[in-house]
Design a protein. Sequence first.
Lengths: 114, 111
Amino acid sequence: GAGVSQSPSNKVTEKGKDVELRCDPISGHTALYWYRQSLGQGLEFLIYFQGNSAPDKSGLPSDRFSAERTGGSVSTLTIQRTQQEDSAVYLCASSAWTGGTEAFFGQGTRLTVV
Amino acid sequence: GEDVEQSLFLSVREGDSSVINCTYTDSSSTYLYWYKQEPGAGLQLLTYIFSNMDMKQDQRLTVLLNKKDKHLSLRIADTQTGDSAIYFCAERLSGNTPLVFGKGTRLSVIA
């Protein structure tokens, strides 16, 4: 596609429910990143996929968070048993390679846990 | 460890120059970036600089890098109201690492 697409754009869920957030990267981009942006905070790195390599999961805040990337393209971030502190904007980005070129960001999914 | 710091707020008058500063801790950073986030929008890359450069200019934007002090700045000349946004500094250590972002500087332009 023309840009990184994320869905849904907004999600309201009840505490304790599971949610899935989707990211469609730019076609052909081998690197894909998930970040979380909480109110008034910077971007917190969550997880990073590069080609067929094992993902870098070092930023996932707890074992309730997981992510997959199928076929080297679409990625899904899953949050199990959501908590109110999970409320944030979840941003996905992709880049063509892992060098100095830019990472293109999607518009994000705003998650609200009530 | 990696840490990127920025001041949280900056207010300037329309037509003045804005200077947004950033410090980072890892001297092995290879690439440094400036992203802009407008309200309700995703992040847009403004510019980036390789660590072997001291300066990069692109129209109204000037990036200065002081590797010795691990200091990066973004100067916006003739600041306009449309420049009001949050500006994020980010570093990347090497090809196979993710970008590390600062908390962002909220730039307010007063007409």
